[in-house]
Design a protein around this ligand. Structure first.
Ligand code: ATP
Ligand code: MG
Length: 420
């Protein structure tokens, strides 16, 4: 491999079906996961169709940037399978007919009780000097070839064959070449704040750092802040990661509800059980399911279910309490405050939808979520989509629970801190 202190990889997937959107490119992600698991970071993934100039272009550029390039797809026997030609052209290496590969192909066909067609023998063409990798799970042998500081592996696009050859040949070879490389990853799970505000709280120095490096992945209502450390051995990587983690927690700690696989509902449940705060979730009649409760109770959902009051009639509540406005963003916080008082709660989360308050004006948000916490401000969020949309199912409960968790934590600290 290269002489870089750290090895970086790129992945190129080839196939018209991929860029036409007919096949989901699971090879690129599959390869990325396998490389990550052996501590080799992928810096870029490229997808091209079955066009020789696109393959040549992407391979030429990739080999200049990385130490390890994996190309998947286009090793088949037909005219549209041109990866071997593309790689040979990109590396300016002639394509030679390999007697060894021909034997491997004939052997494979014999096992299958068939004769290779003449185009199958195209699969015996390889860039000069390439190492041929026998493929016991398919007909196309794979190969690897070195150019400058980069080693290129070409594997078939059939996912089963790709996985087999990665696991049996490519990964062991790569691991041997980079025995000393290690990577440690930690994900801080963040709620109660938006992505841009979060970034502003993190010191510029940490944001600019490249090792360990910070990455953000915003999901609906939750932001994952991933820290990745590279080092020559595992111990060093873990140590560097731990250091970075304490530094970033000093900046954004109050918004971090958990790590790695922790869920926001799990964090909220833990906090409520530890403090004895009284909480309740409310959803209006037309909206049953706003809190995405899974009857199996997975993910702390049975806890959520036991705190859910479904089937509210917002129109009735408005009437009872003399709330004049039909505007959800005006009435929802008032309703939330009434419910909190009526049920004697420290915090309540409420989701209302315009669909059930049909008299609401047209220019209003479709769905309004509110979190009301004792001694705290009431926070309101409007959504243009309903809770029945896939994004609504995810975003609305995440937002409600994240806000409630963050605000109850603040309340808890206030109650335990005599100086406040
Ligand atoms: P090979 O190199 O083995 O010939 P290929 O790309 O030429 O691979 P195709 O006939 O194009 O083979 O594809 C074989 C099967 O593998 C198809 O079902 C195709 O959709 C699937 N496939 C190819 N590339 C990918 C990919 N990146 N992700 C998921 N499936 C893929
Ligand atoms: Mg193909």
């Amino acid at each position: 491999m290269g002489t870089n202190a750290y090895l970086f990889a790129e992945v190129i997937t080839v196939g018209d079906e991929l860029i036409l959107g007919e096949t989901i490119d699971t090879n690129a992600t599959g390869i990325a996961v396998m490389l990550r698991d052996i501590g080799v970071p992928v810096r870029r993934m490229t997808t091209v169709g079955d066009r020789i100039e696109d393959i040549v272009d992407s391979v030429t550029k990739a080999v200049e940037r990385c130490d390890l390039l994996i190309v998947a797809g286009g090793l088949g026997p037909t005219m549209d399978d041109i990866t071997r030609e593309g790689v040979a052209l990109a590396l300016s290496i002639p394509l030679n007919f390999s007697k060894l590969a021909e034997e491997l192909i004939r052997e494979r066909f014999k096992q299958l009780g068939r004769e290779p067609a003449s185009n199958n023998l195209r699969q015996a063409l390889f860039p000069e000097g390439a190492d041929i990798i026998p493929n016991p799970v398919g007909t196309a042998p794979a190969f690897s070839v070195r150019t400058g500081a980069c080693r290129v592996y070409c594997v078939p696009g059939v996912p089963r064959e790709m996985r087999y050859l990665m696991q049996h040949t490519v990964l062991p070879e790569v691991q041997q070449a980079v025995r000393l490389q290690a990577m440690a990853i930690c994900t801080l799970r963040v709620a109660g704040i938006g992505e841009s505000d979060l970034e502003l709280r993190i010191s510029k120095r940490l944001l600019k750092q490249t090792n360990p490096v910070i990455g953000f992945a915003a999901h609906h209502g939750i932001i994952d802040t991933r820290l990745t450390a590279y080092a020559s051995n595992n111990e060093e990587a873990v140590q560097a990661l731990g250091h970075m983690r304490s530094e970033i927690l000093a900046d954004i700690g109050p918004f971090v509800f958990g790590f790695d696989g922790d869920t926001v509902v799990g964090a909220l449940q833990k906090l409520v059980e530890a403090t004895g705060f009284r909480v309740g979730f409310f959803e209006d009649r037309g909206l049953q399911g706003a809190f995405r409760i899974d009857p199996s109770g997975a993910d702390g959902n049975s806890w959520l279910q036991s705190h859910l009051v479904a089937g509210l009639e917002p129109a009735e509540i408005r009437k009872t309490h003399g709330l004049q406005s039909d505007n959800l963003t005006v009435t929802a916080p008032l309703i939330a405050a009434h419910l909190r008082a009526r049920y004697d709660l420290d915090a309540c989360g409420l989701v209302l939808s315009r669909a059930v308050t049909a008299d609401a004006p047209d220019n209003e948000a479709n769905t309004v979520a509110v979190v009301s916490v004792r001694n705290g401000e009431t926070v309101v969020r409007q959504y243009g989509f309903g809770v029945d949309s896939p994004v609504g199912k995810e975003w609305i409960p995440n937002w409600v629970m994240g806000q409630m968790w963050y605000r109850l934590r603040t309340l808890q600290e206030g109650e335990f801190n005599p100086h406040r």
